[in-house]
Design a protein around this ligand. Sequence first.
Ligand code: G3P
Length: 217
Amino acid sequence: MKFFVDTADVEAIAELNDLGMVDGVTTNPSLIMKSGRDIKEVTREICAMVAGPVSAETVALDADGMIAEGRELAKIADNITIKVPLTWAGLKACKVLSDEGRMVNVTLCFSANQALLAAKAGATFISPFIGRLDDLNLDGMELIEEIRTIYDNYDFRTEILAASIRSVNHMKEAALIGADVATAPPAVIKAMAGHVLTDKGLDAFLKDWEKTGQKIL
Ligand code: G3P
């Protein structure tokens, strides 16, 4: 499973990128707002650092507006993925932009039928939002499973990009189901390294090591 980082925080991306943990980046208008940066400036910086796809989201509501914004965002760098919402207009924009050979990420997906339409419209990535379904007492992971089955049934090339990931369990479950990509906040990716038994075991080893009186360096 590829790891995308769901943030526009350049320092957080750099830390994970140095570890080889970053296969791509996803941003959205809320994350740009949180960064306090100009969208083009911060996206250009991210694209220069990360080799993989970097999603930048359009904000127009009509297809022509999305297409124009998408083409403008694509000028930032070759690895820009244009993000459009899963509306009828978004699907139209997806078809036009993907026919131009551009990468398109169709976002705000909450049903398997929406994902089926995005694949038909040529989306490079579909972004089902797990956490926001879980927030409503629905099962976000069930949606990932359904899309996996449908895409595999018909050999769709659109990659399932599990989004709105809030926990380490979301990461594990997305990987078990076979999501192609998971995009998660930096804190969730870092939390995957933690385990209480690792901490406990390390503590015991260090206490015993101290008793030996030895030094390695
Ligand atoms: O990738 C989409 C993501 O940013 C949404 O996450 O936590 O706002 O639902 P969240």
